[in-house]
Design a protein. Structure first.
Lengths: 116, 266
């Protein structure tokens, strides 16, 4: 499933990095400790977090995640958005909690497979 | 500058220029105002133990508050220990930053700024611990009712910008730790243009940390105890080669100006 499709289904706001909306999402990772995300997120994950610091983009680039969902209505910092636009990393925003986003994303990506 | 220092001469960093003195400093010390600190962290005992352990400079850095600094400074008056006003701010990213201010008035101004960004939530002493306030005689004179052990709604970069604008010194605390540290929470070593000085905990060996994070090479490393109990006070210390124990001199030491310098040690 592509990032853009997930944006539509979950009603996420695209705050930066629209150039990357065509990326393929294979799975997800949830975490707010960037050191942990750096160690465990995999390429193609959609990263779910409440961090809005610009290092989020650096870690997203490093781990090759498909994009970042910033939850809980947190406003990403201006530096974060500028950097995300430069790097083409989709930064998506939502008022939903990380729990809600993870649950819905899981259903989208894996629900069918589990049901089958 | 608060109090007068009895400055130990010689020791690490000796061979320095005339007029400069080596000050033994522990720049990260909590009082019983921090809920996670032991009740024994009273101004009188902090000063007494600092003297016993040969400290010349102690920075008082409670979580998101500076309300006990005046009491510690008053108790240190005439005892040969200089108290630097400070605070350990917890940012939105749960990163701990040490902020040191020139004097008490500046700290009180800073406190108002931080307080305006602290979520209003009462402390629950049975869960977090008591937050005791002391008067200038070192007696308990009240408790802080608002929970201090939480994040302000400001990011690291905002706190740094505001501290700099006000002329304070601001640097990330215990970056070697797995919690509440810039490196663990934000994934990378902070850029040198933001922080020319970083703090390491007593658990770290400066040379090992530099080997692990080459971008720290050339930066000033402060080793401090982060004492929450008397036994930890002065457990890690830095040696500051200064003309006098003032923040201006510390600024010069951070960048190595005119022979001023910081020697991290234990």
């Amino acid at each position: 499933m592509r990032v853009g499709e997930i944006v539509e289904v979950l009603g996420l706001e695209v705050t930066a990095g629209a150039g990357g909306l065509g990326r393929e999402v294979k799975s997800g990772y949830t975490g707010d400790l960037l050191s942990d995300v750096m160690a465990h997120a995999r390429p193609g994950d959609l990263w779910i977090t409440i961090q809005g610091h610009q290092n989020v983009v650096a870690v997203a680039v490093l781990t090759e995640v498909a994009g970042v969902v910033i939850c809980g209505g947190v406003e990403p910092e201006r530096d974060t958005l500028e950097r995300a636009d430069r790097e083409g990393v989709p930064v998506l925003r939502t008022g939903l909690s990380a729990f809600e986003v993870a649950g819905r994303l899981y259903s989208l990506l894996k629900g069918k497979r589990d049901a089958g | 500058m608060l109090g007068r220092s009895g400055a130990s001469r010689g020791g690490p960093g000796s061979g320095h220029e005339p007029g400069l003195t080596v000050y033994t400093a522990d720049l990260h010390v909590h009082t019983a105002l921090s809920p996670c600190a032991e009740p024994e962290m009273t101004p009188v005992d902090i000063v007494r133990v600092s003297i016993e352990r040969g400290l010349d400079i102690v920075a008082v850095t409670d979580h998101n508050s500076g309300r006990n600094v005046r009491a510690v400074a008053a108790c240190a008056e005439g005892k040969g220990v200089t108290v630097w006003p400070g605070m350990e701010v917890q940012t939105r990213e749960e990163v701990h930053l040490v902020v040191l201010t020139e004097g008490l008035a500046e700290l009180e101004e800073w406190e108002r700024f931080i307080r305006a960004h602290l979520p209003s939530r009462p402390n629950r002493p049975e869960v977090f611990g008591e937050q005791s306030l002391f008067d200038e005689q070192g007696r308990v004179c009240g408790v802080e009712g608002q929970l201090l052990l939480t994040s302000v709604d400001l990011g690291v970069d905002q706190v740094l910008r505001e501290a700099r604008r006000r002329g304070h010194i601001c640097y990330p605390a215990h970056i070697d730790r797995p919690a509440f540290s810039y490196v663990s929470n934000l994934g990378l070593v902070p850029p040198a243009e933001d922080f020319e000085v970083v703090e390491l905990s007593w658990r770290a060996r400066p040379e090992e940390v530099k080997a692990r994070h080459p971008s720290l090479e050339g930066r000033t490393l402060i080793v401090a105890s982060d004492a929450h109990r008397l036994a930890e006070l002065g457990l890690a210390r830095s040696f500051l080669v200064l003309r006098e124990p003032s923040l201006d001199e510390f600024r010069a030491a951070i960048v190595g100006r005119d022979g001023r310098k910081v020697v991290s040690g234990f």
